[in-house]
Design a protein around this ligand. Structure first.
Ligand SMILES: C[S@@+](CC[C@H](N)C(=O)[O-])C[C@H]1O[C@@H](n2cnc3c(N)ncnc32)[C@H](O)[C@@H]1O
Length: 272
């Protein structure tokens, strides 16, 4: 998510979406997708007033902010992410005293037993070493503390269509990001990862969420320009943008509603 304002024109759909990828993520992805997922995750973690919570791969901080509301002024909340741009937006998104730290999930910058609860919303699927990251969360949480991890999957037809449509425009490797989001789609594997990392027996519940999105052309650019796909898609010239948009919108007609589009996703939440 390192590209800044996309190179585009105000008369194209893409041109409506100006700002850094992290800003666009917070403005568009979070209200429609990140927030409903984070609400379920934080509910599952049952944070209590005064508890200490770490949110790993906090992004722009949607789950972190919800956690801070739950623990109140006597609690302590930290958000850790590996991307400085996401943290920069997180820092401006809350007036609560949240500690934002730039670090990898592989090496959390806290001592043993520093927290009561670890959260991780829509992040674990991206970690190269998932067991190490979950072990780090276990290390910084006290004995008897709790973990809540949320991952999406399997890939919904709408995102598979996006993946397939992107290939001729940006190549197989760039398009692969769309599938990578949904790779951790096996609840048994998720529970086994938590167990191996020292969390004991995790229970995994799968929630089906109907996401109300903006119309196809808008959601397309909100997604492309607000994710790591921004680097590849912001460089397309205007004709290339229009061709890509036409291909995706054609495939996404079936998901259109009267005022937007709709996508159903499964969200697996592991609690240990
Ligand atoms: C889809 S976003 C989710 C952000 C946030 N939890 C939310 O629900 O909106 C995934 C986040 O994982 C972060 N991330 C990916 N790999 C990471 C790693 N190894 N260590 C720390 N953060 C990582 C990214 O920087 C990104 O902010």
């Amino acid at each position: 998510m390192d590209t800044d304002t996309p190179r585009n024109d105000q008369h194209t759909t893409a041109g409506r979406y100006r700002g850094s990828p992290a800003e666009l993520y917070e403005r568009h992805f979070v209200p429609k997708i990140g927030l409903p997922c984070a609400e379920l995750l934080v509910d599952a973690a049952r944070p209590a007033a005064g508890e200490r919570i770490i949110d790993v791969a906090c992004g722009t901080g949607v789950a972190t902010r919800l956690a801070a509301e739950r623990v109140g002024p006597d609690g302590k909340v930290a958000g850790v992410d590996g991307h400085p741009g996401m943290l920069a937006v997180a820092q401006t998104s809350s007036d609560r005293p949240i500690e934002w730290r730039h670090a990898s999930a592989d090496g959390l910058p806290y001592g043993d037993d520093s927290f009561d609860v670890a959260l991780c919303s829509l992040g674990l699927q991206f970690f190269a070493d998932k067991i190490r990251a979950l072990s780090e969360m276990r290390r910084v949480v006290v004995n008897g503390g709790r973990l809540a991890v949320g991952v999406p999957g399997p890939i919904p037809p709408m995102m598979q269509d996006l993946h397939d449509a992107l290939i001729p425009h940006v190549g197989v490797e760039v398009a692969a990001f769309v599938q990578a989001v949904f790779v951790l789609d096996d609840p048994d594997r998720l529970a086994a990862l938590c167990h191996t990392a020292g969390w004991g027996d995790a229970s995994v519940e799968t929630h089906s969420l109907i996401l109300e999105l903006d119309p196809p052309a808008d959601f397309l650019w909100q997604y492309l320009l607000g994710t790591p796909l921004a680097a590849a898609t912001a460089d397309l010239d205007l004709d290339e943008q229009r061709n890509l948009e036409a291909d995706v919108v054609k495939r996404w007609r079936q998901y259109e509603t009267t005022d937007g589009s709709e996508m159903t996703i499964d969200l697996h939440i592991a609690v240990a």
